[in-house]
Design a protein around this ligand. Sequence first.
Ligand code: CA
Length: 712
Amino acid sequence: MTRHFALLSVSACATLLTACGGSSGTTQAPQGDSAAQPRARYGAVDGQRILTQDGSDWLSTGRTYDEQRFSPLKSIDTTNVGQLGLAWFADFDTRRGQESTPIEVDGVVYVTTAWSKVYAYSAKTGRQLWGYDPKVPGEWAVNACCDVVNRGVAVWDGKVYVGTIDARLIALDAGTGKVAWTVNVGEDSKPFSITGAPRVVKGKVLIGIAGNEYEQRGYLSAYDAATGKLDWRAYFVPGDPSKGFENHAMEAAARTWGGTWWKNGGGGAPWDAITYDPQTDLVLVGTGNGAPWALRDPDPSHDNLYTASIVALRLSDGQYAWHYQTTPHEDFDYDSTQQIILADLAIDGVKRHVAMQANKNGLFYVLDASTGQLISAKAFVPGVNWTRGVDMKTGRPVINPASRYDETHKGFIASPGPFGAHNWHPMSFDPDTGLVYIPASVTDFGFVAIKGDDNPMGQKWNVSMTGGGALYAREHRQPLNKGVLVAWDPAHGKQAWAIPMGDSRTGGTLTTAGGLLFTGDNEHKDFAAYSATDGKQLWRSPAQTAVVAGPISYRVDGQQYVAVVAGGNATPDGNPNYYAPNYSRLLVYKLGGTATLPPPVPAPVQVLNPPPAFGTRTQLTHGAQLYDRFCGTCHGAEGQSHGMFPDLRYSGALQNADAFQTIVLKGALSQNGMVSFKSALSPADAEDIRAYITARAIWSKSHKDTATAVVH
Ligand code: CA
């Protein structure tokens, strides 16, 4: 059951965090750096440079606009990769989730960390040039579904752009880290957040929004890169019809919705994929799941556009060009936000300009990039059961009727689960092999719909977070949670090869012209290189933790480097551990590199020390119900966390009703993300929860059930 929970990876509502607040990180004056190449200007990136560069730099999050994450550099290749060693590393100050892809421009690496902080380093030596902390209020963590992560910056014309977890877009001077301008991207009182990397095209900063589970209406915005003035905003689900529609696309979409969807926002937030196509001048955007997950629309024939879709917008004005919906009437948290790669492929002897996505829903899509016409849709992991495949005549998935759990009222173990067969972890396309390298997962999740998810705080799903356990119990098995690195042949719609990654989470991939595939070997807590041709492992180096972010490669003074962000809450098995040591770092490698990481620190051992049992049976039952509703999403089912939040069985606050209520009702730890639950819980409720957790701790102590104390 706990596993069932950890699988979700959607936790991060309010939590009893006792450490890792947003902190430190000061802006320093530029120190200059003799190691970095002298230059007239920092951050000198423009569209022409992105389109024509030779691979010496990594100028945009996917390196180029096509987002292939392929480096043409080949000094490091299959014959010498064994000599790869650590050139330098930079420690990060928090073990909260680290998902950033660095950018490298003219000898400077720009990288983000958890809490939306930005750092600039000499790409050659690792010397820090500046750091910037947007000072996100810690309590905003309650508004982020999946931790206070950030996936990177954009650099353009002397500025560095970062979206923050509290939904600001900030432009920094690339040379000093000083703020040039700031705008609020969130447009009303809803709890918006930003986790994705901006892209800049023709002087427009494109930025999405995150938080489908918080009653939002998803949109993408374009800002003037120089001034921060809003250029256009494109919505992905229609608003309240009585207020009129912004455009024909919204009017058309409204015909695919029923009930009063706008009151719950509808979802569709584009929280990661943004791909600009210079050939068509279109921006391809991946949109999020429908919200809430279940019981969103009374009519199952409604598609709920444009949730769970790839939508093409005109760069000039943000107007709709075409869409392809990957999961109509989406019920499984199958965001369609995974990276969209552009490429020219020979398919059936014809050269096609295509857009490719390995979707959360388990299918690999190849679309005509100009029109959105479906070319192929094939399962890239085993066990996909929500659909029986895609009808190529209509382009629509054939739905497994049993998967409609909000109509059958029977519940359904869906594969993939909400984590997806592929999530935000970047994939790469190697034009030499013609293969796409997908950090994939084989997962499932027991969906049970519940009416009226009236939790006044945090996320709303209309899905029971504990009800799925009975479905697994009936099948006498645990939920699936396996990692697999898949090399996919998109031109032929089939797998070339795959590497099982055990119970580990797979990491982002980079391929290079040296015939190499770089990614985390998370079973071994290593960063590794494989042959891009056949998947044979050729090199690995200790990272001391999981590597889930996307690697990059660049060249300075004739030397090729490979850089990747490691750590965060990403423990190797994909179940983050609050008590794990912090190994969050930027790791940078070169041939003959001799730097070494400090030795791993001893893992702290947690000791169960609960107060004597208290509370009536009625209180304990009530406390258990409240715990599941308000605490379990973050702190773990049945009072037992294996996640990125404290295991409350070990909390010192159990000793004392006042101390417990100071945190739970008065928000004493709100700076760390554990906000006050005063609007949802009474003092008597809090005491019942304390009684329940205390009972759980006593039981665990007597049964020596101290799983959380085992630290990765
Ligand atoms: Ca989602």
